[in-house]
Structure formats: structure tokens, C-alpha cells
Design a protein around this ligand. Structure first.
Ligand code: HEC
Length: 154
């Protein structure tokens, strides 16, 4: 039995030591918010906020378990990588760039790649129905087409 006490004690110390290496969870200032800039319908706004904003914006709601290593590393790496690829808090003001991002959003929704399964497993409100996905895709398609076409000529 002594042996098990020792093993359990060592594991506890190891787990406690891990907590010293919890990565920073930052929410930097919002530069150009996607929803404010593009004004989608209310239902689309709700879907994007519930299903995408935790990983693709500076308005991440960090859950309590995001403070506990080793989960904290996984969550932080998802958010950092997510923001790097697509940041709704730093939406491009350039029409061409914005249109490309909209195309990509459309693609990942079409393939059902986003939001990731590991995320919707825990966040039930982030699960998009077929209708919600289609609603966002219809909107991004029309919007991207307008941007690709450029400003109306005089
Ligand atoms: C759990 C975090 C998380 C959530 C929630 C999430 N994403 Fe992502 N997303 C990522 C990560 C990480 C990447 C980069 C790696 C990859 O492509 O898997 C990514 C990549 C992307 C890309 C590719 C960008 C590019 O062109 O390189 C798009 C577009 C995207 N996500 C859109 C969305 C949309 C739209 C939603 C909501 C419906 C969403 N994501 C929800 C984490 C997330």
C-alpha cells in the first residue's frame, strides 16, 4: 500500500507543478469587429457568436477548465491558431481580402469542418443545425459575390 501512496503523491505533485506552466489567456482589444462591420441578420449573428467567436475573435469566453493544465495548453493553442487563421476581431477592411475570408467560411461550413467536433461535444449551443449552416452560407455567398464584383460603377 505504501507504494501506491508514493505513486499517488508523486502524481499529485507532478499535476500541481504542471499548473505553473499555464499559458496566458488574453483577449486583446477588438480592432474591427466582423459583425459590426458587416451587419448580418440577428440569427446569423447569434450563430457566429455561439459557434465561432470563442476561437476566432478577441472575445473568447475562457472556461474554468482552460485554467487547468494540461487542458489549458490545448485550449490556448486552439484559440491562438484559430485567431491566426481567421480573426473576427480584426476583420479586413480590404474588399478583396474580406471576400476571400468569406469564401473560406463558406467552404468550412459546407464541409462541416467548423466548428470542430471536440468543441461542439462540450458546447451544445455551438452545434449548428442544417438550417443555421445554410443561412450563414447563403449570406456569405451573396456578400462575397458583391465584394468580388467591386464597388458599383458610377
Ligand atoms: C475550438 C475552436 C474553434 C471553433 C469554435 C471554430 N474554429 Fe475555425 N479554426 C480553428 C482552428 C484551430 C483553425 C486552424 C486549423 C484548422 O484549419 O483546423 C480554424 C480554421 C478555420 C478556417 C480556415 C481559415 C483559413 O483560411 O486558413 C475558417 C474559415 C474557420 N476556421 C471558420 C470557422 C467558423 C465559421 C466557425 C464557426 C461556425 C469556426 N471556425 C469555429 C478553431 C476553431
Amino acid at each position: 500500500m505504501k507504494k501506491w501512496n508514493f505513486i499517488f503523491g508523486a502524481a499529485l505533485i507532478f499535476f500541481a507543478a504542471l499548473q505553473l506552466f499555464t499559458p496566458a489567456h488574453t483577449n486583446p482589444p477588438v480592432k474591427n469587429d466582423f459583425i459590426t462591420a458587416t451587419k448580418p441578420a440577428g440569427a446569423i449573428t447569434d450563430s457566429l457568436r455561439a459557434a465561432c467567436y470563442d476561437c476566432h475573435s478577441h472575445e473568447t469566453v475562457w472556461p474554468f477548465y482552460a485554467r487547468i493544465a494540461p487542458v489549458s495548453w490545448l485550449v490556448a493553442s486552439d484559440v491562438n491558431e484559430g485567431r491566426e487563421h481567421l480573426n473576427f476581431s480584426d476583420w479586413p477592411t480590404e474588399a478583396d481580402q474580406a471576400a476571400k475570408k468569406l469564401d473560406r467560411i463558406n467552404e468550412v461550413l459546407d464541409y462541416g469542418e467548423m466548428p470542430p467536433k471536440k468543441y461542439t461535444l462540450i458546447h451544445a449551443d455551438a452545434r449548428l443545425s442544417e438550417a443555421q449552416r445554410k443561412e450563414i452560407m447563403d449570406w456569405t455567398t451573396t456578400f462575397a459575390q458583391k465584394l468580388h464584383a467591386g464597388p458599383p460603377s458610377q
